[in-house]
Write a protein that binds this ligand. Structure first.
Ligand code: ADP
Ligand code: MN
Length: 516
């Protein structure tokens, strides 16, 4: 009978090849289970397996003993490791306490205080570092890769005959490990063990090294986080270097301090030096606008620059850092246009990456007040209004620009007149949202002056028409805005069809004027 199936496999038949090939469920495993549940749970077994794994994973390292990690013939050192970690924790705590004492001593009752925060050893166990953050520090070079060679001779042993001592000798090895702690990152405090005849077992050494390494990365990450969040207080090292070079080259005399910290920039005051770079006379007082190199701020501004044809081709190819430089560049170009039209504004001195140096509006380190902070006589208020109306027209017609962030916050009162600042976001009127930006500017200006008691101040719609020369007749805001958007759309359609923009808008039935 050639019956197939389970029945054919009598318990004592013994699995033969024939049976195996016939059984639709395949062969049951016949290898006897070698360990019980107790064995599986056994620590001893776990350790053995671990050791086995380590030895197969790092067979070379034992032989070379020069690699960053050493494996070896260790007896039970887990308690040493625990001890070392506890000591490290204790050390960190003492170190922080000492820092706090010094901080307190230095600060005393002074209103202005300094902080050693950045030097503190935040212990890993109370760390808040989250792994999902962008961890670009990981690409930094590994400081341990360039470990100094140890003093063990190449052949790996000293002495002769019976007195031979190999590098695997426990004492030699332990001492060497202790000495090697010196190669840990300088910020990692290893205590005074190096001076003592301390013998660190390989396992402890490796664990400490791993700890030092991850600790260093973590502290760099924390530091970076802080550096970014408090960039207003301390500019990042690269910017500091740029500023330092400006002083060093004699272009600037001294940087006296910070005038303003905004979301997107930090502005410093500086005294101009006497070295005339590029045939330019350095103004006696300068303002240094540092565009923040954080990545989150500029996102809000995408719409200004993305659609600006002057930058359009470049935008998509650039990395965030370069985009930030472009803001600085944009501000420089716009200020130059304004300067050429005779509009009172800071004069560009120099642009270096994301740092723009310009003339300082103000005197003796005191910046001119913003229009929102100054109380003007009604006569000056009226004068300021007409001046601004005039400047807006010049900006639109002569500079082909819309400020796009015009308000009492970005106008300074100095020398009896209004100065325009902060033009990095300014766009050309034919920008896809250019007219909307202009309308918003007009609303800010007309509201400010109407509230400020200037009876002659035009309302926002009248001001818009007066600046742009357009003749939008809608008598309410909603319709007015709809017409603005229709004009913008018309321009966009034109771009789609002709591959270029209108040079100006026209709404009064005349054919639009094109660039030739
Ligand atoms: P933000 O984008 O941060 O608003 P701003 O260009 O408006 O940058 O500059 C911030 C502040 O710095 C201004 O409100 C003004 O008080 C001061 N400031 C900027 N540029 C100058 C300058 N050239 N002279 C004097 N003060 C300036
Ligand atoms: Mn501003």
């Amino acid at each position: 009978m050639d019956s197939v199936g389970v029945a054919a496999a009598a318990p004592d038949a013994g699995p033969g090849p024939a049976w195996q090939s016939k059984c639709p469920w395949g062969a049951p495993s016949t290898t006897s289970i070698s360990c019980s549940l107790a064995d599986v749970m056994s620590e001893q077994l776990a350790k053995e397996l671990q050791l086995e794994e380590e030895n197969t994973a790092f067979p070379e390292v034992v032989a070379a003993a020069e690699g960053p990690f050493i494996t070896g013939e260790n007896i039970d050192t887990s308690s040493d490791l625990m001890l070392a970690q506890m000591l490290q924790m204790e050390f960190d705590r003492e170190y922080d306490a000492q820092l706090r004492r010094e901080e307190k001593k230095i600060n005393g009752d002074s209103k202005v205080s300094i902080s050693f925060e950045n030097y503190r050893k935040v212990h890993p166990y109370d760390s808040d570092s989250s792994e999902d953050e962008v961890d670009w520090q990981d690409t930094r070079h590994d400081p341990y890769r360039a470990d100094k060679p140890t003093t063990t001779p190449r052949r790996g042993f000293i002495g002769k005959g019976k007195d031979i001592t190999t590098k695997h000798d426990e004492v030699v090895c332990g001492r060497k490990n202790t000495a090697r702690m010196e190669n840990f990152a300088p910020e990692f405090q290893v205590g005074d063990g190096i001076g003592m005849d301390l013998k660190l077992s390989n396992q402890v050494f490796n664990a400490l090294k791993q700890h030092a390494y991850s600790e260093e990365r973590r502290s760099a990450r924390l530091h970076e986080k802080k550096e970014h969040s408090t960039a207003e207080k301390a500019v990042d090292p690269k910017t500091r270097l740029l500023l330092y070079k400006m002083v060093n080259s004699g272009m600037l005399e001294t940087i006296t301090g910070c005038i303003s910290t905004g979301k997107e920039s930090v502005v410093f005051h500086a005294y101009g030096g006497n070295s005339a770079t590029e045939d330019k006379v350095i103004p006696p007082e300068c303002a240094i606008k540092v565009f923040k190199t954080t990545l989150n701020e500029f996102k809000n501004r995408d719409k200004y620059i993305k659609d600006d044809y002057r930058f359009k081709d470049r935008f998509s190819k650039l990395n965030p850092r370069k985009i930030i430089r472009m803001w600085a560049e944009k501000e420089m170009h716009n200020l130059t246009r304004m300067q050429n039209a005779g509009i009172p504004c800071p004069q560009v001195v120099i642009l270096k990456k994301h740092v723009l140096v310009m003339s300082f509006i103000g005197q003796d380190q005191v910046p001119a007040p913003k229009l929102k902070d100054v109380t003007l006589s009604s006569e000056d208020m009226k004068k300021a209004y007409y001046q601004i109306l005039n400047m807006m027209q010049q900006l639109y017609r002569e500079c082909n620009l819309v400020h796009a962030d015009l308000s009492e916050y970005n106008m300074l009162w100095h020398d009896g007149k209004v100065w325009l600042i902060d033009v990095s976001q300014s766009v050309e009127p034919t920008h896809p949202h250019g007219l909307e930006f202009l309308f918003r500017d007009c609303r800010n200006v007309s509201q400010f002056f109407q509230k400020g008691g200037v009876a002659e101040a035009l309302n926002e719609r009248e001001l818009f028409n007066a600046v742009s020369g357009l003749n939008i007749t809608a008598d309410n805001e909603v319709d007015f805005q709809a017409e603005i958007e229709a004009l913008e759309k018309m321009n966009e359609d034109h771009v789609q069809n002709h591959g270029k923009k209108l040079s100006t808008f026209s709404s009064d039935g005349d054919p639009p004027i094109y660039d030739e």
